[in-house]
Write a protein that binds this ligand. Sequence first.
Ligand code: HEM
Length: 444
Amino acid sequence: MTLPPGPRLPATAQTLMTYGGRMRAFPRLRARYGSTFTLRLLPGPQTVVLFSDPEDIRQIFAGDSWEFSGAGGNEVLRAAMGDQSVMLTDGQDHRALRRALMPAFSPRAVQGHRETVRRLVAAEVSGWRPGDRIDALDRMSAVTLDIMLHVVFGVTSADRLERLRPRVLRLVEVGPVVALGWLYPRLRGIPPWRAERRNLRQLDEIIAEELAARRTAAPSGARPEDGSRPDAGSGVGDSGAGSSGDDVLSMLIDAGLDDAQLRDQLITLVLAGYETTASALAWTLHELGRHDEVRRRARHAADVGDDDYLEACLTEAIRRHPIIDFVARTLRTEQHIGGWRIPAGVTVAPAIMLTQMDPQLVPDPEDFAPERFLDGTHDPGAWIPFGGGVRRCLGAAFAQMEGVEVLREVLRRVDPVANRPAGTRLRNITNVPRDGAPLRLRPR
Ligand code: HEM
């Protein structure tokens, strides 16, 4: 069986190239081998075929969720997210979990979260003063984590919220040693991983406390001033099944998930939603800070309530700086894609980064031009930052809403300027600005 061509380097070298230098390596590989090429990546090594032609990618995204296994592609996340995570299931199990999760991320639910997001963003940005210098990635990470903890966990106690924060941060801030443990379970006995396991256990205990509080709680009660829910025995909504209202966890309890399923979805949502959104916002502020004319228009949009322009700024920033470079589906059955016969066991991977930066599909791809998303000229097949098909990102609309709230608040308060272009580095699973995207805040 002939797979698409690719480099003949040892798998270790191909893995290092993919995770270390793919910003340069992938375009070079496409120039050499065409829109489809094959890599061999550790662990395994696994054979991975990268696709960047929108038609081929559409076919992959349209594939059956059992035959095109997303769980296989996400295997490295299993240790933290758990066996019942929506990201680690396929076929019927995946469909059932998506059905339970979807209402919590419907347009109506996203609108319902807007006020909480606005309040938390305003609390962050009210501390920004003209003349300050800030690190956009740091600040966006702080506010996004707060938003995730309130909107997703909706914890009922301020004390639990404070105990959750450092543990969630530790889980997300995966260093290289821990990342290796995720890839190679045998390494998990060594000390750095033992500490990770302890952290995960403590996180599980806090989640179990929260779930127990929800299940035994009685209806209603006002929120304390810090915005967290009142403690166990009060903050409860109307389901009678122990849910407490408008946060994502309550909706999942209402959907009938058991505690083990709830635990896995909570960890999944926070891991999938925190760093990705923080990085997307850091890149957007960075690009606005570098482009005076776009920033002037965005400021005007913030003043007059033109949310479409603000959203287009985020949309363009995550085209120009894909937060995740490629998504993966491991084939359970042989498939014919783009003229290639790909055998079962191989992983097919839509290369978000190559597609969104392809000059054949996107004119002047290096430019930062939000207008391309407002004049109807952008090819929808060349914008896939949230993946696609039955596994498309569940939090896409939420992230876009959060982006608009952040941009409006920031641009009404200060004029953020970036002095130099930022390189990209891989932090955990996301591409972030290498230097943290420093901004100088000028008076408006
Ligand atoms: C700008 C921010 C974000 C980006 C760029 C992003 C990107 C992605 C990508 C590329 C995928 C894989 C899709 C695929 O395999 O086709 C994904 C999946 C997912 N994302 Fe996001 N994401 C973001 C924010 C969020 C947020 C805020 C949440 C929730 C709070 C979230 C929850 C999820 C979940 C649950 C999945 C798994 C879906 C499944 O396997 O069925 N994401 N995301």
